[in-house]
Structures are given as C-alpha cells and as structure tokens.
Design a protein. Structure first.
Length: 174
C-alpha cells in the first residue's frame, strides 16, 4: 500500500488501512521504544500511545517525505516525552530520598513505583498536588505560576510543603 492510500485510509478510519499501518510498522516502533526508553518495561504502552498519536495526527502529514520517517519522528518525540517524565520522577524521588536519611535503611535503596508516588501526591492538598504534578511534568516554577495564575513565591512554598508532606508519607509507610 502506498503512503497516500495508507494515510487517506487512516484519516477515513478505514480498518484495513489502520490494520496495515499497525502490522507494517509495529515491530519498527516497538524496537525503537525498547532500545530508547529509560524504563524498557513501558515499551508496549509507549508503542500503543504512538499508534494512537499517529492515527489522531495523520491528517497533518504533508507528503514531503516518507510516511515511515514521519512515524519515526512521532515515535522519537513520544519516547522523549516518556523519558522526560521518567527522569523527572527519578530525580524527584532521588531528591526526596536525599532529603531524609531516615528513608534509607540498612544501606538499601528503596525503589518506589511511580504509581505509589502518584498515589501519595494525590493525598496532598489541591494546590500542592497541582504544583507537584506540574513540576513532575517538567514545568519550571515560573511556568507553574503563570499556568496557575499565582505568585512564584507561592509556587515555591507550595512545592516545599508538598515535598515535606511526601517525605512524611513515605517515612510513615516504611
């Protein structure tokens, strides 16, 4: 199937075109995910997200290059988003662990699943929770203050309070 027919079929929700797209490019996309993701166990989830993005945005494909190279671009950008999110979470958890020696017991590194961290963040008061989610998503304090329409000092204090509460939650769960 040529690129024009494939893209047109995907735009029109043609099941045979969508099936062909997935069957033709799945292993390529999955391999990129597997080798480029920090958390390789997320490669299946990331692959599915990529195909959803491709299907939602295929109408923007301009036929200036091959459709495969466009899919590669979507794949690389999605992988970067996944890695950015994971790095922010890893850095954040490392900051929390560094901030309290009580969390490290018997020289063992405590590995927190991101679901646990998100569950703990959900326990925070609304403003602290929002600041924390923006922070984990990669926003700076200035960007958070603009998005939430509050002063940057308020963002910093909410972030500091949120970190202290999360440390308290983590130490209680030990």
């Amino acid at each position: 199937m040529d690129d024009f027919t494939l893209v047109t079929g995907c735009i029109n929700n043609d099941n045979s075109a969508i099936g062909y797209l997935y069957n033709t490019h799945r292993s390529y996309v999955h391999t990129l995910c597997k080798y480029r993701l920090i958390e390789t166990h997320l490669s299946d989830e990331c692959t599915n997200d990529i195909f959803l993005k491709v299907l939602k945005t295929c109408h923007t494909f301009r036929f200036e290059g091959s459709f495969r190279s466009w899919i590669r671009m979507v794949t690389i950008n999605t992988i970067k988003d996944y890695n950015r999110k994971v790095k922010r979470l890893i850095i954040y958890v490392d900051d929390l662990i560094d901030a309290s020696a009580d969390i490290i017991k018997d020289n063992m590194y405590i590995d927190y699943d991101d679901k646990i961290i998100y569950t703990l963040i959900d326990l925070l008061p609304k403003k602290q929770k929002n600041v924390m989610y923006f922070h984990i998503s990669g926003y700076s304090h200035k960007e958070i203050s603009e998005k939430m329409n509050i002063h940057i000092g308020t963002v910093k204090s909410q972030f500091s309070r949120a970190k202290k509460k999360l440390l308290m939650y983590i130490s209680k769960n030990e």
